[in-house]
Design a protein around this ligand. Sequence first.
Ligand code: GDP
Ligand code: MG
Length: 182
Amino acid sequence: CKTSEIKEILYKVLVVGNFGVGKTSVIRRYTSGIFSPHYKLTIGVDFALKTLIWDEHTKINMQLWDIAGHERFGHMTRVYYKYAIAAIIVFDLTRQPTFDAVQKWLDDVRQKVVLENDEPVPVLLLANKCDLDNTTAQVDQSKLDQYCEDHNLIGWFPTSAKDNTNIEEAMSFLIEKIMQIS
Ligand code: GDP
Ligand code: MG
């Protein structure tokens, strides 16, 4: 009699970006499938877990860390970044300054976290609130492609936590990348 072995993996993923871009909404949409329009400021660092049966041998626990309320500093402590295997930077397509801040978040991530082999962690960019009308002019695909290439990001997705657009796709893409390096 052979027992099948299931490997269980925990991935800590940081979710950063300016206040109000939709970090908490993206995390909640992904982990619990809901969207609540109520603006709620949570204080402190918080994380949510999503468990995926990746294949018959692998179970993945995605631990998404929300910076909840610390956005105004524009950076996080090293403790927060510790043991992270990837990061997601979120900006709001309707507010250009939140895109301008992406670089600052990226610098913070790059300075404070590396993989065990000293390689940089994979970073994914989410252009959130793509459901809103006034975004079309600002979704400059080639500009974002170029940005990702220039700054060594794994890629970007236009997302909507509200309409559930590309949330699963973006997360699966990130997990694929993580699986390749871990
Ligand atoms: P955080 O500060 O980055 O955690 O942002 P929140 O998740 O709290 O979202 C900020 C505001 O944007 C809230 O009022 C959300 O309901 C709203 N929001 C978040 N994601 C979306 C989205 O994809 N589309 C729209 N229209 N609103 C969103
Ligand atoms: Mg939040």
